[in-house]
Design a protein around this ligand. Sequence first.
Ligand code: GDD
Ligand code: MG
Length: 359
Amino acid sequence: MPALEAILLVGGQGTRLRPLTLGTPKPLLPTAGVPFLAHQLARARSYGVRRIVFATSYKASMFEPVFGDGSAFGLTLDYMTEETPLGTGGAIRNAAEALTCAPGDPVLILNGDILSGHDIGAQIRTHQRGSAAVTLHLTEVDDPSRFGCVPTDDEGRVTAFLEKTPNPVTNRINAGCYVFTRSVIDSIPQGEVVSVERQTFPGLIEAGEPVLGYADRTYWLDVGTPAAFVQGSRDLVLGRLESPALPGPTGEYLALDGARVSPEAKVHGGSTVGARAVVEAGASVTGSVLSDDCVIHAGATITDSVVGRGARVCAGAVVCDAVVGDGAVVGAGNELQAGVRVWPGIELPECAVRYSSDV
Ligand code: GDD
Ligand code: MG
């Protein structure tokens, strides 16, 4: 069998992750010390993938300077850009122009915002044993209405694909990793906006094509919201999901080059302290992502939050379940909570204000 090829969907705008994604596309956000995609690339490689085509659109030119030709990752990388976003199906069809495999070969497709511990090799074997058109990785979540709801029959055959339905019929959802038979990709119309979730999958099922599910209950997370993004980073640092790309040992926190953490600060819960970032005495940082060059001053408390590049959280401020944009300043005494986002460069003056909506 020729080396396995994959397509990585990385063209989305990541709107739910604003302001983090205003300057950086979601797949490049530093996660446990490296660009998010580095974790996906390393996992794909560990299952025999050797060539990956990036399907880019939003901030397309930012990917190649980070990943280059892929040799640093033991991969060959290609970049295929849509001038205007073509949706998930259109993006796959466009990227397939760069594939070299034969019509009958399996191609792995990955959403570019998923952390998954599932056995990609077993998914491919399920696909090949069942001579499937497409085999979807399926997982279970508490709220399937935010995902693609995917019922299957007793043999594991997918019976419907219901994207973001208000009335899900099962908790089993599309986990965003597919094996396509190459010829099925070639049958997607070229140069058109197509959604695999709303058009291709329902169409294949309707036509009676074999669409299979590969269901498991291993670690799985879509990092598309700030809370999920922080959770993904902390799970990687704590070792809840093993990643060959983690740039250090697993533990309570990961400190990047030049980070300075006072011995009198408490940093734990799978936090990351970015390059040259400073955590002063008496500060407490739990389960959070501190970006490069940020400063957490004495006695500040950061919990389950992202602090952007070069941002400052002043003495005694409390940041909980919040995003502090790049270069923003949270003045002493303020309290951020409940998903509050502080836009890049905003300076909140020293004051005892409790913010629960965006600033
Ligand atoms: N190149 C390109 N062009 N990529 C795109 C485009 C596009 O027009 N639109 C979306 N993408 C990429 C995103 O960057 C992301 O990696 C992936 O496609 C999925 O898009 P999301 O915006 O993250 O979709 P979602 O999370 O709401 O839903 C999808 O993922 C769920 C699992 O996390 C769907 O596939 C659901 O069915 C699924 O359950
Ligand atoms: Mg997503």
